[in-house]
Design a protein around this ligand. Structure first.
Ligand SMILES: [Mn+2]
Length: 439
């Protein structure tokens, strides 16, 4: 009887949900209204959650003192010192950086904030990029930001030694059930981080003086922090561009990808039209882009040349995968720099720009791609452009082997940081070679 009753209640609720009216949509339905049945959110400022000793070292000290323990006299500390993390140990943050849940914790200002957008419900082929932020952080573990293990021969510097605060801001809790809500959550999160005051560096600490990067382009005339987003499928760029537009107005995009991602939005519903292959076209329709953007690494199969013609109306110039063989890294870099000039630019890198032999863990693999080394060299060549943000997307670790894609993506993020912080491409030469001898 009870069972019958519960079935009847379920049936009644189902009928009610079918009959409830659905609201009209536009592409820009980011003003997610929520619904009246939402569980009230806890106010972070009044939330007396127990501090997490992993993210709050002061709490560990407080606990030790309160129970009368002198850590320095204990067997471990007296013999071996601090409990430092190794490359393969410790809590997971990008490159062992300081980790804060920035959306609820504004206590640490940052020049560059790294944030995860674990979202993959707008993919056309293989899903799984919601695990991308985890895989990229995991792949970054041998980069030791704290102990200074960030210097490379190629850069001749470390991004963690530029006098700038780089902070891992955690992941945004995104709805895996409601894409409209998830897009709004991404935009709200990005708005939140972008609006945080960028720290002021005196340059008196002996480190290179931090320079302003974004103030000259911001509509409000203020310096804003920059965000490196770990995706997530490529759709995450739409809410990011919407958010950046509020600060900078229309901007250019440098887009590394095997695919155009400018296909006309087609679908019988708004949410069907906005996906990881159409988001740039939607962004252009919304006026978020200048018409001076550039693709790099394109090689996917298309319907025909019409796709390229449409692509140019979205504002993109195409550099194909093969151009690197015909013109070389230097020419490719030169053309990209010419295209962007000194305008504010956003960098979006789909890991599928790399050949699937070197980065197999992605949703829509295309053979014949660039090597990781080629991508890294092009990125170095773009140093000094006026980047207002960057992302790496479409890392789907379920298709990985030996963490190869996560490690590649993490290394590329290391390049992002240097590229965004330094003023010009590095020219380190060591060994027997003289400058000018290169081919
Ligand atoms: Mn792609």
């Amino acid at each position: 009887m009870t069972l019958l009753l519960s079935h009847l209640v379920f049936l009644a609720l189902s009928v009610l949900s079918i009959l409830s009216p659905s609201s009209a949509h536009s592409y820009h339905d980011n003003a997610y209204p929520g619904d009246s049945h939402q569980v009230p959110l806890t106010n972070p400022s009044t939330n007396d959650r127990t501090p997490d000793p992993l993210t709050d070292p002061n709490q560990a000290i407080f606990n030790a003192a309160s129970v009368g323990v002198d850590i320095s006299q204990e067997p471990w500390s007296s013999k071996y010192g601090p409990q430092h993390d190794l490359g393969f140990s410790g809590p997971l943050s990008f490159s062992h950086l300081e980790y804060r849940r920035c959306l609820e914790d504004a206590s640490m200002p940052f020049d560059i904030g790294i944030i995860g957008f674990p979202f993959d419900t707008k993919t056309s082929y293989r899903p799984g990029a919601r695990f991308g932020p985890f895989a990229i952080r995991s792949g970054s573990r041998r980069q030791m930001s704290g102990s200074g293990r960030g210097w490379t021969l190629a850069w001749g510097s470390s991004p963690y030694a530029q006098g700038s605060n780089v902070l891992d801001c955690g992941d945004v809790p995104l709805s895996p059930y409601d894409n409209s809500k998830a897009l709004d959550q991404m935009e709200a999160a990005y708005d939140t981080l972008l609006s945080r005051p960028a720290p002021v560096h005196s340059g008196t600490d002996g480190k290179e003086r931090y320079r302003e990067h974004t103030k000259q382009f911001a509509l409000d005339g203020k310096e804003h922090p920059r965000i490196v987003t770990l995706g997530g499928d490529h759709t995450i760029v739409l809410p990011i561009l919407r958010s950046l537009n509020k600060i900078y107005g229309p901007i250019s995009v440098i887009h590394f990808d095997a695919h155009l991602d400018t296909w006309p939005p087609m679908g019988t519903t708004t949410q069907e039209s906005v996906n990881h292959g159409s988001f740039f076209a939607v962004a252009a329709e919304e006026g978020l882009l200048t018409n001076t953007s550039v693709h790099a690494g394109i090689r996917c199969k298309m319907i025909g040349f019409d796709d390229i013609q449409h692509d140019s109306t979205v504002g993109f110039q195409v550099i194909t995968t093969d151009d690197i063989d015909d013109y070389g890294v230097k020419k490719v870099v030169e053309k990209m720099r010419q295209r962007i000039g000194d305008k504010p630019v956003y960098l979006s890198l789909d890991i599928d720009v790399v050949d699937p032999g070197l980065a197999p863990a992605t949703g829509t693999p295309e053979v014949g791609g660039w090597t990781t080394r080629e991508v890294k060299r092009i990125l170095r060549g773009l140093t000094g452009l006026n980047f207002v943000g960057a992302d790496i997307v479409e890392v789907a670790p379920a298709y990985d082997h030996a963490d190869i894609t996560g490690i590649a993506a993490a290394d590329i993020v290391h390049d992002f940081l240097s590229m965004m912080l330094l003023d010009e491409p590095p020219r380190p030469h060591v060994g027997p070679f003289e400058e000018g001898e290169e081919l």
